[in-house]
Design a protein around this ligand. Structure first.
Ligand SMILES: *[C@@H]1O[C@H](CO)[C@@H](O)[C@H](O)[C@H]1NC(C)=O
Ligand SMILES: *[C@@H]1O[C@H](CO)[C@@H](O)[C@H](O)[C@H]1NC(C)=O
Ligand SMILES: *[C@@H]1O[C@H](CO)[C@@H](O)[C@H](O)[C@H]1NC(C)=O
Ligand SMILES: *[C@@H]1O[C@H](CO)[C@@H](O)[C@H](O)[C@H]1NC(C)=O
Ligand SMILES: *[C@@H]1O[C@H](CO)[C@@H](O)[C@H](O)[C@H]1NC(C)=O
Ligand SMILES: *[C@@H]1O[C@H](CO)[C@@H](O)[C@H](O)[C@H]1NC(C)=O
Ligand SMILES: *[C@@H]1O[C@H](CO)[C@@H](O)[C@H](O)[C@H]1NC(C)=O
Ligand SMILES: *[C@@H]1O[C@H](CO)[C@@H](O)[C@H](O)[C@H]1NC(C)=O
Length: 392
């Protein structure tokens, strides 16, 4: 990734949190035009990824590449193994650790199977929402954190990747049955938020990195989603915005931009829509990027993704692994540059990811864990959210 051709635009409005909201708005809720967050993702918790958790994967997955195959291989043991993982991978102690360095938001990916039973799916439907409630309530009640609840993949498969449902699954596209199931998952998630006791502490994100180009050399660029694909995704996004508004119009909807940027989508939503765009920013497969270039890359990107200013933009995923020549010594600079750049030029960011124990190799020093594990950066004393000298 890291090759986005997004045009520079007016910077998003930047005023203090708590500015007056519009008529009919409940000011307990966040308005992303003014709200900013320093967030992290809860990757590898309710959506499983081999790269995040190699040892656990190696022990239980039976050689599968994705959660679908993992659960299929485990058979009747899938429930107990996954429930144990939900209970132990992430606990309130993690929330404490994140809060103590100033993290104010958690983006929490889920599979659609947390919300609905989809016939034939091998994805596990269990007690995900109970664990989600426990962590979210704690984060909200102890620390006033904001929760971005994300449905990471949709019935049939949204991008051919493990995270879209399963490797090689593209069945979501142009399939009305799967579209309807997706909206059932959306309705269940909205219901969860609305009845959580803290609906004002949530944003809802109904999809992630939805793309239809099967040539993965363009993944992470605007070419990953065709015009025909964008029209189908737009139909889904507009339906989601209507479904949320019908239940509670104060709940913001976060729309992942499929690597096309806010500017691409902004003309298709009315200016008063309660939406925020989510742009993802990676350099791990950009061989021109190194730890040495990354600070400048992050600054340039943060300034460019703000779009045309019609809607707010949040950097919902990013990480500091570069495609070439990673070095330990530049991690602290790069991490803080990204944290400050996205907070300064957009509505903030969510690092990918809070916990990461993968053994994947990288160019240069160390392995993937050394570059993706946010809690590891906390342990190293690297997170300096109050040091504005990192701004750009
Ligand atoms: C605003 O939202 C909060 C949180 O959901 C709720 O407690 C409060 O009653 C709402 N206020 C109004 C005026 O609707
Ligand atoms: C990573 O861990 C898995 C599971 O233990 C193992 O199969 C694999 O060989 C390891 N890969 C590397 C690069 O060490
Ligand atoms: C889910 O939670 C319920 C209630 O806490 C419990 O009875 C049930 O055994 C759990 N299911 C699994 C699969 O662990
Ligand atoms: C749509 O998806 C459903 C459920 O996976 C499947 O049974 C059906 O054959 C698909 N329809 C088309 C036209 O592909
Ligand atoms: C995939 O996309 C790249 C970059 O646009 C292009 O060079 C390559 O030819 C494409 N591969 C196929 C099989 O179309
Ligand atoms: C968005 O609206 C524009 C016209 O304003 C239209 O040309 C474009 O096709 C729409 N995009 C999608 C994805 O439908
Ligand atoms: C990475 O480092 C090697 C050795 O110093 C150098 O030859 C190469 O050009 C560097 N790669 C990039 C992308 O800067
Ligand atoms: C990956 O890096 C971590 C942290 O430096 C280290 O503890 C671990 O042993 C490394 N794993 C492999 C397989 O090299």
């Amino acid at each position: 990734m890291g090759k986005f051709g997004l045009a520079l635009g007016a910077l998003a409005l930047q005023t203090a949190m708590g500015a007056p909201t519009g008529p009919g708005k409940n000011s307990s809720y966040v308005d992303w035009r003014h709200f900013k967050a320093q967030g992290v993702n809860m990757g590898g918790w309710l959506v499983q990824e081999q790269t995040i958790n190699s040892a656990w994967w190696g022990e239980y997955a039976g050689g599968a590449s994705d959660e679908w195959g993992f659960c299929e291989n485990l058979g009747a043991q899938c429930g107990p193994v996954f429930e144990e993982h939900y209970a132990t991978w992430l606990t309130t102690a993690d929330v404490d650790k994140l809060a103590h360095v100033g993290i104010t938001a958690l983006r929490i990916p889920t599979t659609y199977a947390a919300w609905i039973h989809y016939p034939g799916s091998q994805l596990y439907s269990g007690n995900q929402t109970q664990y989600l409630s426990k962590i979210a309530n704690y984060a909200i009640e102890q620390y006033g954190m904001h929760i971005i609840l994300d449905i990471h993949g949709l019935p049939g498969g949204t991008n051919g990747l493990t995270i879209g449902e399963a490797t090689g699954h593209w069945g979501w596209w142009y399939n009305q049955t799967n579209f309807d199931y997706s909206l059932q998952a959306v309705d269940a998630a909205i219901d969860f938020i609305q009845n959580s006791g803290h609906p004002e502490s949530y944003s809802f994100e109904p999809a992630n990195e939805v793309i239809d180009n099967r040539n993965f050399s363009v993944f992470g660029t605007p070419a990953a989603l065709s015009d025909k694909g964008a029209a189908w995704l737009l139909k889904y996004y507009q339906a989601v915005v209507e479904h949320v508004a019908a239940v509670n119009p104060n709940i913001p909807v976060m729309l992942q931009d499929s690597f096309k940027g806010e500017r691409f989508w902004s003309g298709n939503f009315s200016a008063d829509a309660n939406i925020v765009f989510d742009s993802h920013n990676y350099w791990f497969d950009d061989t021109d990027a190194t730890s040495a270039t990354l600070a400048e890359d992050l600054c340039t990107r943060a300034k460019s993704i703000a779009g045309d200013g019609k809607f707010p933009v949040f950097a919902g995923e990013w990480a500091i692994q570069a495609g070439s020549n990673n070095t330990f010594a530049l991690r602290e600079r790069n991490l803080n540059t990204g944290l400050h750049a996205f907070y300064q030029h957009t509505q903030g960011s969510a690092y990918w990811t809070a916990k990461f124990y993968g053994n994947g190799t990288v160019s240069g020093q160390g392995n993937q864990t050394d570059y993706w594990n946010f809690e590891g950066f906390i342990d190293l004393g690297y997170v300096h959210l109050d040091d504005t000298s990192y701004q750009c």
